[in-house]
Design a binder for this molecule. Structure first.
Ligand code: ADP
Ligand code: ZN
Length: 731
């Protein structure tokens, strides 16, 4: 490591702040100087803001006016490799560096001095006036040896009031000390053996251990059906990483996954890892951020933004469920954590493990191209096998319009109940009914701010817009024709399905798993734990259940509408349906009992449905890859989405048309420009949205061309521009 550049007292330094100002700001180095990469507090107008010393100042203004850095924060300075990572991510996603720094410092209170709390220890001597309570305090402290207590802990353990303890400090019988709040995480035990692995697992684990021990960049796809032991195997890679004295990061798509995962982790390594996700308290976020920078946290388990933590010595990044759409951040900095994990690893000589039962086509193609290694875990661990899959042809069903469970599926559910086993009915739609229609005039209730229908949520007793979250009470009369009592729900959501289940299986114990029905991540975790214990006959769930939860007594999965994902114009519609159906089917028969998956469909002949039923994965990937190659779309071509939005539809369209006419920089690249066109969801939160789409060859320097292109246009403040490189969604 080369010594970071140092700027002495009063020298002019350029500081990157996390404020929305698109340039570096010059300040004078504080007393004692400052190193490149140091995090600092600087004055900006009347405020003090967080910044990072980026290099020598540019000067070029009246130097007498230069203000000084207020102080240097007591945290690890930004490492060069992190700086490169931020710069490359910014260049790739066309994001200003200030926004990147914001992403990399998302821990509140970094500018606060390290905070202390008081701890209490045994001092010397006895208190001058010995009361029974005071004696208990001394006895407690002596009984617990050198252990320190907080005031509250000591008061509770000794059975005295806090004031008794405070009163003993002046005499020296009890010592009061300041202790830093941001303590390191417990050390993990890298040498503890894991479970005994099967031969296939051993082979994969050996390969991953080797990749990690090489301390060089590599990416490996770890592919295996749900339950094949991928987690078990990549924990071996974590152990190898710890043995090298390096840090590991495990990215997971959903908070709900961590409950089971953390216990497993603790069983294996003897302590819990640091956690980084939306459910973590502010104090804890700051602790993780600081500790990661000085290796006081060896392993972080986190959501996608954990990738931007300031690791001191990162040796492994695991991206579990790498195909998951939630790795793509859809607002602010539009990055894909899976792809940026590969970038980050390449900058710090780390290994990447992409784990999935149903990899993305991008990853599959990178394996085919020889860029990534691939390890396969063929069968499930232990006696469990993939469930039998069958299509239920719905074309012949004569169900009333208020019912969605076919007779064949209902029979299977009943049989499971007789056997004391669990069934899962899967429907990827929250709420009661996706559409509310007026039977008198045909009007459909829509959101006032968005181009979207309102979804009835009977549990909440309201209508909700799934675009903007706006809710309103269910009207009694049609808002269009004013006729009373003719509003009717159309189509199913999970809540409606739950109602049907209650009617048709009155003796069954049901549980609905839908993200909006839980007040907290903890409530959801509790529900999942109960289900896993076998307390439920029928689970009704959305996409939430497709992910990672282990329900050992579940032997039947019924997919209510297998065609749902096939509609729409998304280029990944087939891929996503394939993945989701296989994951959901994979919930069945995870323990010793063999499972069955039944897919209700109106298109049993559809190639995707057939590939799912046949379990012909490689066949599906090859066919899908061939189609995308022909169309020149990702992963065989490049795409960028351009979204313009603003309150005035004519103005937004004007800017878009103007942009389209200036497409020279794009055509010189051989790229094609489509649009402008109103976005599929043309209005969100009152803002009109217009999209353009760029398609280019895989090797084309697209970002530079886009920069040149949008740079030509003078931008009205009321029109917002978003550039989405490698778009995942097209709404
Ligand atoms: P995946 O990550 O592929 O879904 P897991 O690693 O979660 O698979 O394994 C599924 C279940 O099987 C877990 O409960 C796990 O503890 C268990 N398991 C996997 N491999 C072994 C093994 N070699 N010995 C004992 N239990 C195992
Ligand atoms: Zn809305």
């Amino acid at each position: 490591m080369d010594e970071a550049e140092h700027y002495s007292d009063g020298a002019l330094v350029a500081v990157l702040t996390a404020e929305p100002i698109d340039r570096l700001l010059d300040y004078r180095a504080p007393e004692g100087g400052v190193a490149r990469g140091a995090f600092v507090e600087v004055p900006l107008g009347p405020r003090k803001v967080l910044g990072c010393v980026w290099g020598p100042g540019a000067g070029g203004f009246d130097l007498k006016k230069a203000r000084s850095v207020s102080h240097v924060l007591d945290v690890a300075p930004m490492r060069d490799e992190m700086r490169q990572f931020l710069e490359k991510t910014a260049a790739y996603t066309l994001t200003p560096m200030t926004a990147m720094l914001r992403l990399a410092t998302r821990a509140p209170g970094l500018m606060n001095p390290p905070s202390m709390r008081k701890i209490y220890l045994r001092g010397t001597g006895r208190p001058p006036r010995e009361t029974e309570a005071r004696t208990r305090v001394i006895e407690t402290l002596e009984e617990y040896g050198g252990l320190s207590f907080t005031l509250k802990e000591l008061a509770e353990t000794a059975g005295v009031t806090p004031s008794v303890i405070k009163g003993m400090v002046p005499s020296g019988a009890v010592r009061e000390e300041d202790c830093p709040r941001d303590l390191p995480y417990p050390r993990l035990d890298a040498s503890a053996p894991g479970k005994e692995l099967t031969p296939a697992q051993t082979e994969a684990a050996v390969a991953l251990r080797k990749a990690v021990s090489a301390e060089a960049y590599s990416t490996t796809l770890l592919k295996g059906v749900t339950g094949s032991g991928k987690t078990e195997v990549y924990l071996e890679a974590v152990a190898a990483c710890l043995a090298k004295g390096r840090q590991a990061l495990v990215l997971l798509p959903e908070i709900a996954l961590t409950a089971e995962f953390l216990t497993r982790f603790e069983d294996r390594f003897g302590a819990r890892p640091a956690e980084w996700h939306s459910g973590v308290t502010m104090t804890e976020r700051r602790r993780v951020w600081k500790m990661v920078g000085i290796s006081g946290a060896q392993v972080v388990i986190g959501a996608r933004s954990a990738l931007f933590l300031p690791f001191q010595n990162l040796g492994l990044i695991v991206v579990d469920e790498e195909h998951d759409g939630s790795y793509k951040q859809e607002d602010g900095v539009l990055y894909n954590a899976r792809d940026m994990a590969v970038l980050r690893a390449s900058l710090c000589s780390a290994a990447v493990v992409l784990a999935s039962a149903t990899p993305s086509l991008e990853t599959w193609a990178n394996v085919e191209a020889g860029k990534y290694q691939r390890l396969d875990l063929e069968s499930r661990f232990g006696p469990a096998v993939m469930p039998d899959m069958h299509a239920l042809d719905m074309r012949g069903e004569k169900l009333p319009s208020t019912q969605f469970i076919s007779e064949a599926l209902a029979r299977s559910v009943r049989k499971r109940m007789e056997l004391g086993e669990q069934s899962l009915l899967f429907l990827n739609r929250r709420g009661f009914a996706p559409v509310t229609i007026c039977r008198a005039c045909g009007h459909q209730i829509a959101c006032d701010h968005c181009d979207a229908r309102m979804v009835e949520h009977r549990f909440l007793g309201r209508l909700m817009c799934h675009q903007c979250g706006e809710t309103k009470p269910m009207p009694t009369a049609c808002p269009s024709c004013q006729v009373e009592g003719r509003l009717a729900p159309v189509g199913p959501g999970v809540e409606r399905l739950a109602e049907e289940v209650a009617e048709r299986f009155p003796e069954a114990k049901c549980a609905v798993l839908s993200s909006d029905l839980f007040a907290s991540a903890r409530a959801l975790k509790d529900q999942i734990r109960q289900i896993a214990q076998g307390d439920t006959d029928i689970i009704i769930g959305t996409q939430l259940v497709a992910k990672g939860h282990n329900f050992p007594n579940l032997t039947l999965v019924g997919v209510i509408d297998a065609d749902l994902g096939l509609q729409g114009s998304d280029l990944r519609a087939a891929e996503h349906t394939f993945q989701l159906m296989r994951q959901v089917a994979g919930r069945a028969g995870r323990a010793a009992k063999k499972g069955v998956a039944l897919l209700q469909t109106y298109q049993p002949e559809h190639p995707v449905i057939r590939a799912i039923i046949a379990g012909d994965e490689e066949g599906f990937w090859r066919a899908e890859a061939a189609e995308r190659k022909m169309a020149g779309v990702p992963p065989y071509g490049r795409m960028a989405g351009i979204i313009l939005s603003g309150p005035d539809v004519a103005q937004v369209m004007d800017v878009a048309n103007h942009l389209a006419r200036m497409a020279g920089p794009l055509s010189r690249l051989g790229a094609q420009l489509y649009g402008p066109a109103p976005a599929p969801i043309a209005r969100v939160r009152g803002k009109h949205r217009v999209r353009l789409l760029i398609k280019a060859e895989k090797t084309a320097p697209l970002q530079a061309a886009i920069n040149a292109w949008v740079g030509q246009v003078k931008w009205p403040n009321s029109v917002r521009l978003q550039i989405d490189i490698d778009p995942q969604s097209f709404w």
